[in-house]
Every structure is written in C-alpha cells, then in structure tokens.
Design a protein around this ligand. Structure first.
Ligand SMILES: CC(C)(COP(=O)(O)OP(=O)(O)OC[C@H]1O[C@@H](n2cnc3c(N)ncnc32)[C@H](O)[C@@H]1OP(=O)(O)O)[C@@H](O)C(=O)NCCC(=O)NCCS
Length: 187
C-alpha cells in the first residue's frame, strides 16, 4: 500500500497486489461487510486479489478508488473508504464509500477519512459534487453523511435496492467554512 493522502491520524492508501493478505485479514473482522452490496466478509485470497486489481485500475484511470485506511500509530489497515466512478456513469460526480469493522468505529476515523476525501474530490480531482447512496435503514451512514455536510437529494435505487441519494457540492463545502475574520487580524 502506498500513501496518497494523510490526515492527523490516518494514511489514506492506494493498493498494491501484495496487500491481499492484509485485506483478507480485515475482511475477517466483524462488521466490515455490513450494508454491503458486494462481498466484503471473509474474502478468499482470490477474491481479495480480484478486488484489489479493480481498485488499482480505478486509481490508474480516475485518480481515486476505495482506498485502504491505515492507522498511522500502528500501521494497521483499519478500514476502507474512498471514491469511485459509477458505471454506467450517471453524472459528473463521484460516489463515496466508507466501511470500518466494529472494533474501529466510534473513534471519528470514518469522519476524518471522509472529510479529507471530500476535499480531495473537490480540490485535486476537481469534481463538482460527491454522491453517497445509502440504504434508508443505515442510520450510522446517514448520520455520518449529515455530519460531513451532505444533504438528502431524493430516493433512488442501487442495483434494484432502494437507496437514499445524499450529495455534497463544492458550494456546500465552501458555505460551511468559517469565513469570519478574527478582530485581531483586521487591518
Ligand atoms: C458508517 C460507519 C463508517 C460509521 O463509522 P463510525 O466509526 O461510527 O464513524 P465516526 O466515529 O467517524 O462517526 C462520525 C459520525 O457518524 C455518525 N454516526 C455514527 N454512528 C451513528 C449511529 N449509530 N447513528 C447515527 N449517526 C451515527 C455521527 O454523526 C458521528 O458523529 P458524532 O460521533 O459526532 O456523533 C460505520 O458504521 C460502518 O462502517 N458501517 C458499516 C459499513 C456501511 O454501512 N457502509 C456504508 C455503506 S452505504
């Protein structure tokens, strides 16, 4: 794995074929595959290699993929979060995903990674917006999206399952920045 972006506590990493064992280990941690449409739990060596191969293609073609999230302090792979182009392409935006086993939840890692990824989509990849398709019953994901500044757009479907489409635009993000000037800084 090699670091693409870093946050205070996390390395957001692109994949290499040699990461299959680390991914297989992560896939055995409880909760990684919750609310997943594709298979994440208990990946075989072959499944892990195939999944990584797809991410390598995505990163090469689009500059993003479902990245590996590594905790800097331990150098351990603790989750998956990233962005991808939907096929067939629906719009000019990217889709975001986040996925952490139970043991690594509730510590702000998902928020820290996703906040950085949203900034990456706007500032580096110059995307107009980022989409999140969320199962209507997935309260943690909806809560995370809301905390990040995503807004509910409409009901949609994902592979014939109902999904809520949430979106953040570059303008939403700009509006949320604190533009106030400290009195001491004024001329
Ligand atoms: C969604 C997920 C990534 C959140 O992980 P997490 O570790 O709880 O996230 P964080 O600690 O960074 O929390 C960020 C925010 O998420 C929201 N959140 C987390 N758990 C929540 C819950 N049970 N209900 C409502 N909001 C919740 C809160 O707004 C929280 O901020 P707060 O702590 O200030 O209240 C995690 O639950 C997960 O991996 N779920 C399984 C995979 C999945 O559903 N992926 C999405 C597929 S669409």
């Amino acid at each position: 794995m090699f670091e693409v972006i870093e946050t205070d506590r996390l390395s957001i990493c692109a994949w290499e074929p040699t990461d299959a064992f680390a991914l297989m280990k992560l896939s055995r941690e409880k909760g990684l595959g919750e609310f997943a449409i594709q298979k994440y739990d208990d990946m075989s060596d072959e499944e892990a290699r195939a999944w990584i191969a797809k991410q390598i293609v995505s990163y090469g073609e689009h500059g993003c993929c479902r990245f590996g999230i590594v905790l800097k302090k331990t150098r351990k792979l603790i989750g998956i979060s990233g962005m991808y182009e939907r096929t067939p392409k629906l719009d000019e935006g990217l889709d975001i995903n986040w996925r952490f086993p139970v043991a690594h939840r509730g510590q702000g890692y998902a928020f820290e990674a996703a906040e950085c990824l949203v900034g990456f989509a706007f500032d580096m990849l110059e995307k107009p917006h980022v989409n999140a398709y969320i199962d209507p019953t997935n309260e943690p994901s909806k809560g995370l999206a809301e905390k990040l500044g995503f807004k509910f757009v409409k009901m949609a479907d994902e592979l014939n399952r109902p999904a809520e489409l949430w979106r953040i635009t570059a303008a939403d993000r700009f509006d949320e920045r604190d533009l106030s000037v400290d009195e001491d800084d004024s001329p």
